[in-house]
Ligand binder design. Sequence first.
Ligand code: ZN
Length: 126
Amino acid sequence: MPDSNINNYCLICGKGYHVCHSCWEIRTFTPWRTIADTPNCYSIYLILSDYNGGSISKEHAREALLQCDLTAKETFKERPRNTINEIIGETAKAVRRKTKKPVVETMDTAMTDTDTTNDDGMENCE
Ligand SMILES: [Zn+2]
């Protein structure tokens, strides 16, 4: 595959891809293909630009971002990645607080002392 097939780079993940000639031609409504390589990256791009432009709140941006596929976030370009981390960073902490062990379990562990050592290994997760 010749490199000349790549004529654009995704503004979010930085991947090179090919934009066909007709995509460049249709400038009236800016096809997403001229900005991002996948619809998912384009959604993220729209959210980040709305957030950076101040047209949506951080909370709104966070909810919208959580609808997107962020599994490849660590490979994104630095700027969008930092902005995403800034927006959803607070959620990660909030969620962790909610996933506390139910109090009921402590009753079981008190009865079987010898077996609890394995469960206590979860302390490391903090
Ligand atoms: Zn992309």
